[in-house]
Unconditional design. Sequence first.
Length: 318
Amino acid sequence: MMSNMPARLRIRIRYHALLGLVLAMVGGCSTDLEPFAESEAYYTIAGYLDTGIDTQILRVVPIRGALERPVDSIDERPTVSTTRLDDGVRTVWRDSVVTLDDGSAGLVYVARFDPLPGNRYRLEVTGERGTTHAEVLVPTTAFDSSTVRTSQFPSLIDYPIFWPGIRDVIATDVFYQFSAGARVYRKWVLYQGDDRGKLESDTWRFIVRFIRDREVMTEVSGSSGELALSCMVVRLGVTSPGWQPPPGGVFDPALHIQPGVFSNVEDGLGWFGAVTRVSVAWPLINVDHQMLSGVSLLPSPATASVCNTLARETSPWE
């Protein structure tokens, strides 16, 4: 899908569900804006700030009126910056040329920084014709991992986990450290669409699909034998206000690219959001995967930090 980019960045763009969404929103849509040729709309932008990574990504597409001479999107390279409004810290993003699924060229902007929960950021995309801008508040959560509970009657196939006080979740990931024989493996499994969980009475209910995830672990290890789990980390992506997926978690690019439908952008189109990651770790003492049936996992603060560290050191995009 992408070229002329670092391998790590290509992997992230290709596999991450949220970024796939925002790229799809602009990747398959025409940059001609015939019905809105008289409006002051300069760029379509699609992206989000993510506290779980240190490299932020934004897609930018110039908007052209029907009477303007067609211009390749890569020939117009605006200046992109974000300003942390709480203290005025400004970051300039760098552009990278990418190749989209239809073979056309496009621009993706990247910047290395860690968004801070509770801070508001202003994005500006400035070219010769004008500036498209948006503001987003990185969500903060009053989250206490000790309140997370699991089902009293879990099964081998499904393992429900309940997160009191957590709402507006757009993505869920599960990290496993496991061994097959003498080798130790680490792997993130990304949950998409309805699999990310659902809200029930101010509590987010998420189900770990052990049997399905075991297939991923078997593929990674190349072993069809016994797998011993030593760490499990469940991580939720809590979204900024107003950015919620439709039922089923399926976005229609033709619908959501229209003005006023799915946009917080001024003098342009698209969406600029934010995701804050919260996680809970369950250290396991070489528990056989088959033995998790009927086991109620309880977070242990003393040893969970080790699992959280391992999870942070493992890229979800590999």
